[in-house]
Structure formats: C-alpha cells, structure tokens
Design a protein. Structure first.
Length: 342
C-alpha cells in the first residue's frame, strides 16, 4: 500500500543510500572524530557544507531525529523559568510527547493561529510580567518552516517575528523539518527562509526529504558551540558512528539534491491538489503551499479511500484529512488515489 500519510514514510533516496554504503569501509574514530590525528573527514566535510549554506557564522551539529533536535536547541536557548511560545498546532505542542517541556523545564504556551503561523500581533498580549519573580518569563519562540499546516513563512514574516522576539530579549528556534520544501516553494535559498531572517537556532531537516535518518542543528552564535555540544549529548543525539549521518548530508547537499527532492514533492502536491479540486465535495482547509494538503471529505469517501491509501485524519469530527507527497511520489500514485474517489 502506498502512503500519503507522511513524507517520513517515503524511501531513502538512492544517492543517499549509496553515500552510506561508500563510507562503510575501514575504521573511523567515533563521535565525529574531531581529533587532528585521526579525523572523521566525512563529518568535517559535511559540517563545512552545511555551514557554507548560511551567510552568518554558524555551528552545525548532526543529530538523529526531529524531536531530539528541537529538544536540544530549546534546552540550549532557555532556562527552566522561561516560557516557550508555539502555535497550538506546533510540533512541540502536539507530537513530541512533552519532550521539550520535560528537558527544558519550561512552560509551553500555545497560541491559537488560523494558519499555523505566529505573528507579533498574536504574541503581543503575552509580553508581560518581565522581571516579576512570581511569573514564568517569556524566553523563546518556536516556529516551524513549513508549518504543521503546510503553510510557509515569507522571509519578511519571519524577520518581523525574529525582530519582535529580540526586542523583548527572547530567542527564536526554527524547526526546519521541511525547510527544503519552504525554500523551493518561495524560490529562495535555505538561508533566505531561515538564518538570514534572524533565527537563533534551527533544525536543517533531511529525514522527510530523502535521508535515511539524519537532521542537523545549526546554532548561529558560535560562542554557544561547546554548550550546544553538551546539550546534544544530554538530548541523546550524539551519534557514535557519526560518519553514517554525515554521509547522508554530503549526498543531500552535493549537487543540490535537497532542492531536487523538495521540488518534486511540491510539484506532486500541486498536481494532486489540482485533481482533487475537480471533485465538488472536496474543500481545502489550508492553502496548498508546500507538500502538505489539508482538506475535508465526506465520511464515506474518506473511509473508502483509507482502504487503499494510508493517510492521517487531522480532524476526524470535521472530516478533515492530511495528505503528504514525497520525493518518491509518482503521478501514477496520484492517479490511483484519484481513481478511488467517486
């Protein structure tokens, strides 16, 4: 059964698989091998490739997964008396089993949004009680690019949010699990939709876009490098056989494979959205801006479709489902899904 449930369900891109196999030879010092006498050249090269994506000086640290990466970054930016603001639909509020709250000790304050995007206007009323020891202090803002509703922050929107946060002494962490899809959709570089906007830390995602299982936490304050390394270890995100993570990013960034995979996923989403829009009973609940589609179907239609394709109910009471395309989604997959609809 083919899946439109998540881009996590997709295959590993063949070039990434080849890269993993190619480094599977000989012995290499563990944990990234930062010894000058016996360096892990794969990790050194991949680290340099990531850091060269950004105009600002940065530190790139490879990790296993998204939840651990977000937890690591937020732990780095906050103290237990802080508040971390997120959209109600934010990944740290919905899908991470309280890991960021447990690891940081912070209060996670959820802000309702119509489209998954935070704005200075939505946050303004929460900017209070600064310096009052009886109250948790505003400390950080969590955003995702793309959002959990498939929408995308423009560079102007994200810059305004970062400026707002820094005005109040807060930090901004960007969850870039689908950062490639956002950059491609806007016709921008990865930097233009993340680092250049002023975020303090980010996750450069890869698992959802063709990697086997690798992410990268990017810290835009080199003075925090050692603290970030300790935070990575405490978040259980320091890989012993680091070369197998690093090799994935080498393949991902070489020849802009990240761009090709995300472009294909986004294009498949557009084709799927166009075909679905021809059905009079289909109603989109969010703009289709990336590789995620949110729409409502009559219950009997979604139940029948679920017999042939795996997808998630987003709001089952409202009949809302989520469909996600991937780097390996084909037009045949889309045609088969459409053919299952009346």
């Amino acid at each position: 059964m083919r899946s439109f449930a998540s881009d996590n369900n997709s295959t590993v891109h063949p070039k990434v698989m080849d890269a993993i196999v190619n480094v599977n030879e000989g012995h290499v010092i563990a944990y990234g091998g930062d010894s000058d006498e016996w360096p892990d050249w794969t990790t050194r090269n991949a680290t340099k490739m990531v850091e060269q994506l950004f105009a600002r000086k940065s530190v790139a640290l490879f990790t296993f997964n998204g939840t651990g990466s977000n937890t690591m970054a937020l732990q780095l930016l906050t103290r237990p008396y802080h508040i971390i603001f997120t959209a109600t639909t934010g990944h740290i509020a919905v899908d991470e089993c309280g890991a960021p709250a447990k690891a940081t000790g912070c209060t996670i304050r959820e802000i309702p949004t119509p489209d998954g995007k935070l704005t200075p206007e939505l946050l303004q009323s929460h900017m209070k009680n600064f310096g009052v020891e009886h109250h948790s202090q505003p400390g950080a803002i969590y955003v995702s690019q793309c959002t959990e509703l498939g929408t995308i922050y423009t560079p102007e929107e994200l810059t305004a949010l970062c400026d707002f946060a820094h005005k109040y002494g807060m930090k901004v962490h960007l969850d870039g699990a689908r950062i490639a899809n956002a950059a491609v959709a806007l016709g921008k570089s990865i930097d233009e939709v993340s680092g250049a906007c002023g975020v303090d830390t980010m996750v450069l995602g890869g698992t959802k876009n063709g990697l086997m299982g690798a992410e990268c936490v990017v810290v835009f304050d080199p003075s925090l490098e050692m603290e970030a390394r300790y935070a990575r270890k405490q978040a259980c995100q320091l890989a012993s056989k680091m070369r197998y993570l690093s090799a994935q990013f080498e393949a991902y960034l070489e020849g802009d494979l990240w761009h090709k995979c995300a472009l294909h996923a986004n294009e498949m989403a557009k084709i799927l959205a166009n075909e679905l829009s021809k059905k009079p009973y289909v109603h989109f609940t969010q703009k289709v801006e990336s590789n995620q589609l949110f729409l409502t179907l009559p219950k009997e239609v979604s139940q029948e479709l679920n017999k042939h394709f795996y997808f998630y109910y987003w709001n089952e009471d409202a009949g809302e489902i989520r469909l996600v395309t991937s780097h390996d989604t084909t037009e045949e997959d889309i045609a088969q899904l459409i053919n299952c609809l009346p």
